[in-house]
Design a protein around this ligand. Sequence first.
Ligand code: GCB
Length: 590
Amino acid sequence: MLRPQESPTRELKSLDGIWSFRTDPDGVGRAERWYAAPLAGARDMPVPASFNEVVPDAELFDYVGEVWYQTTTRVPRGWRGQRVVLRFGSATHAATVWVGDAEVVSHVGGYLPFEADVTEHVTAGEPVTVTVAVDNRLSWQTIPPGYVEETDAGPRQRYFHDFFNYAGLHRPVVLGCTPHLHVSDVTVTTGLDGSTGTVGYDVAVGGGTAEVGVELRDADGRTVASGAGAPGQLRVDDVHPWRPGEGYQYDLVITATGGDEQDVYVQKVGIRTVEVRGTQFLINGEPFYFRGFGMHEDHLVLGKGQDAVSMVHDFELLRWVGANSFRTSHYPYSEEVMDHADAHGWVVIDETPAVGLNLALNAGGLAGSGTFSEERIGEETQRAHEREIRELIARDKNRPSVVVWSIANEPESDTVEAERYFEPLFRVAREADPTRPVGFANVMLAPAGACRVTPLADLVMINRYYGWYAFPGELEVARRRLDEELARWAQDGKPIIVTEYGADTLAGLHALTPSLWTEEYQVDLVTMTHEAFDGCDAVVGEHLWNFADFQTAAGFMRADGNKKGAFTRDRRPKAVAHLLRRRWTGPPLA
Ligand code: GCB
C-alpha cells in the first residue's frame, strides 16, 4: 500500500477539519445503521486529534467502546474516470469505514495507516459521506494488550503500558485519485561504495500490466540515473549520501505505462547504509552514537493528534538540545513525523505498538502471572503482533531515517514461553526487511544472562532505571550495579543502546540534599549514568526517558502523568535539558 500523493497523474483532497462525532456507549450504532443518515445528536470533533480531552467531560475522557465520526465532502469533478482511494493515517485502535451506506474497510491496530478503494462508491463532482466507527478497546488479543473490566460505575479499560489510552482519528484523512493502472508499491534498497551509490528498486503495479521506467533526480532536479523494468538497480556516481544531521534525498520518479494509461509516483530515496559490526553501529560505514530520547506523541488537549506546529517545535527542541536520534516509543509515529526525520537527517529506532506484554509490570492484580499463555497473550495476539511488524515495515521500509526495527518494549523476556513467542517474530521482521538490524527494548527484570530474547536480537537495547526504580537515592550503589550490568552485556559482543534511563522530576522542585523528584536529583542521576556509559565501549547510544512529561492512566505512581521529561509537558526545559545540551553539543563523543 503506497501513501497517496500529488504527482502529474495523482491528486489529493484532505478530509481534515471538523467532523460530526458521537459516542455509542450501548453499542447500537451498527445495528441502527448510523452510517446511513446524518449522525443524530452529534457534536463537533476536530480531525486529526484524540477525542478524549477536546470536551471537558469525564465521560469522554475515560470512554470505553466505539465512537462514530462522520463528514461529507465533494469528490472533485476532475476525478471522473479515475481510481479513488480513501486513506486514514491511523484510527486508534480499530475502525470500520462506510462510504454512503457501503462498508468499505475495517482495520485493527491503532498506529498504522489503512485505505479502501472507493471508486465504485463515489461519483466525481458529487457529495459523499464518510462514516467511521472507531473502537478504543484493548483486549488480550490486541497489540497493545489490555482488558475491559465491568465495574459498578461502568466499563473501565485496563492496560499494562505507561501512557494514556488516547484514541480517535489521530492522523490525516485523505481522498486521493490515481489512474486505474497505478504504481501500487515500491521497495528501494541503497548501497554505498566509495563515491558510488546504488539504488535497487522493485516496483509493483496494480490494475493491469505496465512498462515501468524510473529516473533518479537529485535535489536540484537533475537526472542522475535511469532504468527500465519493474525491478532494477541504479548506479549513482559522485553520490550525495543521506547522513545523520543531513537528510539529503533523491527523487525516484517511477512511471508505469500500459494501454492508454500512465501513472507517475515519486519515491524519496536517501542513499545510506546501516550495519552492526562487532560492538559498533555503523551508518555509511562510520561509527554512530545515538543521542536523544524515547518520546511520545503527546500534547495537552491534542492528545496523540498529529499537528504541524507541535511537531516542528518538538524537532526544534531536539535540535536545540543536540540530539541526533529518537525512538518512536511505544508505537509507530505519524508519517508526517517520519517525513520530517527523513528530510532532516534524524536517526530513528522505529517501534511497533507491542508494549505492555509483561504482567510483572503495571498489571495490578494480575502482577506476576504468566504473560504468554493461551488465556492471556497467546497465538492470536502473536498473529496480531506479526501483522503489526509487517505493516510497520511495509509503511517505513523506504525511509532512510529508520535504522533499527524495535519489535517490542519491555516484554517478559526471561521465560521459555517468551523465547517461543518471539523467535518467529524476529524471523518475520528479518524476512520483511533483511537490511536493518532488529531489536527490542529489554526490561530491567531480565538482565544479561537471564534474558532469553536479547540473544535473538542484532543489538542490545536496554531500559535501565538505576537510581530510580532500583536503588532510589543511592547513586553510588546504583553506579556500581550499572557498571557491572553494562560489563556483563558487553560480553555479548553486540552494540548496546540504553533506550531508557531517567528519573521523575517535578519542574521547579529544588533541594540542597539529594532528594527524589527534584531537578537536582535528575541532573545527578543522569550525570552518574553518563559516566557509566562513557566507561563502557560497547555503549553506542543514550536515549533519555523521556523527551517531555506525558499523560498516563491515573494511579498512585503518577501525578498527572509521567514526569521523567527533560522538558515539561508544555515544553519548558528542566535543568537536565541544559546538562544534555552541554554534553550533546560539545565535542563529539568517543
Ligand atoms: C519503562 C517503560 C516506559 C515507562 C517508563 C517509566 O521502562 O518502557 O513506558 O514510561 O519505564 O517511566 O516507568
